[in-house]
Design a protein around this ligand. Sequence first.
Ligand SMILES: NC(=O)C1=CN([C@@H]2O[C@H](COP(=O)(O)OP(=O)(O)OC[C@H]3O[C@@H](n4cnc5c(N)ncnc54)[C@H](O)[C@@H]3O)[C@@H](O)[C@H]2O)C=CC1
Ligand SMILES: N[C@@H](CC=O)C(=O)O
Ligand code: NA
Length: 434
Amino acid sequence: MKPVKVGICGLGTVGGGTFNVLQRNAEEIARRAGRGIEVAQIATRTPKPQFQTTGIAITNDVFEVATNPEIDIVIELMGGYTVARELVLKAIENGKHVVTANKALIAVHGNEIFAKAREKGVIVAFEAAVAGGIPVIKAIREGLSANRINWVAGIINGTGNFILTEMREKGRTFEDVLAEAQALGYAEADPTFDVEGIDAAHKLTILASIAFGIPLQFDKAYTEGITKLTTADVNYAEALGYRIKHLGVARSTAAGIELRVHPTLIPADRLIANVNGVMNAVMVNGDAAGSTLFYGAGAGMEPTASSVIADLVDVVRAMTSDPENRVPHLAFQPDSLSAHPILPIEACESAYYLRIQAKDHPGVLAQVASILSERGINIESIMQKEVEEHDGLVPMILLTHRVLEQHMNDAITALEALAGVVGPVVRIRVEHLN
Ligand SMILES: NC(=O)C1=CN([C@@H]2O[C@H](COP(=O)(O)OP(=O)(O)OC[C@H]3O[C@@H](n4cnc5c(N)ncnc54)[C@H](O)[C@@H]3O)[C@@H](O)[C@H]2O)C=CC1
Ligand SMILES: N[C@@H](CC=O)C(=O)O
Ligand code: NA
């Protein structure tokens, strides 16, 4: 059988990795796909002499790839929202299947893109968009399709986890580790997407859709990054038996779906609390399977290429099948998506770590305890440190039971108004992931 012809748009970290692995493992890949996969065209803005591209058409216009009649599958590896959206829609319009690693594109424009793809009977595959080399889209969409999924929780940004790990283990500075993550090709073109939680929120949005069968709703995700974390809180968390990780949590409740990314204390003995460096891990809790954990490299050239090419192989196997009988893009049949609402953060529930800077006066602890108990917030443990010499304040660290965020907001306002409390109260959510 003649090889399938593909076009690669963007020859950066992931594009380069995809090109290399496609060449190196061509034979293995063809044995799996049933046909060879030939790179017929590459769109790149700058020449890339490090790649052996003799015999391959090179262009700097990505739309040439989308309209090239020779090409069956367009691989979008440029990133960004605007040109990528236009390119993917153009490729679909021209009857081409699409493979993309672009989570921003899928989280924000996925509903439109999938609708168009259905209309045209083509596949849009996006395994590389979530958790790099971990085949977690496939695991949830196909491997767990018997389950009513209760929650998904994941470390889903490699750059952020790399930064937190290097800072904690080697005492390196935030800026220094971020620069290394950029040099290694882990970070987004705009690294604020990594450190402010936007990239993780894109990925969580996608995971929630395929776990719960809801449309993609990135605009409703609650997003908090790692830039405000302090070494003091990392150390206090350790003393209490926890690790701080940047976690995405999507939970289905009777009232609606929680969709939130933020720094989170996790008990140190949980497997996911020990996922370090650029590694990612996604925990999925289903009513039948219980908890499953998927672990692997969350970013990087070849791990991400692994997912891009797995999608390519899937597309090649399925491209001659009846479009009605393919795995639905968002796991559930498009006419069965649910309107279960996404909850605002105030209506989400979690346990909390609080750090209160108190004046060294008797009675502050009793006032703190009464503010919390008046709002039905139970204290799980309290750790009170020595008076700090530089400011004469006493750090008071509390862990609470689970409570609605709006009650915690109200309690924090009251705590900050106490004469014996100085400055803002630090709050970090706690998840036990049972
Ligand atoms: N780097 C990683 O580890 C991972 C990246 N991703 C996603 O993969 C995509 C690509 O990321 P990277 O390879 O890291 O980025 P990159 O910046 O290394 O590569 C993107 C390439 O696309 C080219 N490009 C951009 N717009 C273009 C245009 N209009 N015409 C022609 N070329 C164009 C750029 O010049 C660059 O060479 C992004 O959506 C990213 O979020 C997903 C998983 C992991
Ligand atoms: N910038 C992302 C790349 C992979 O998705 C990350 O660091 O996780
Ligand atoms: Na993946």
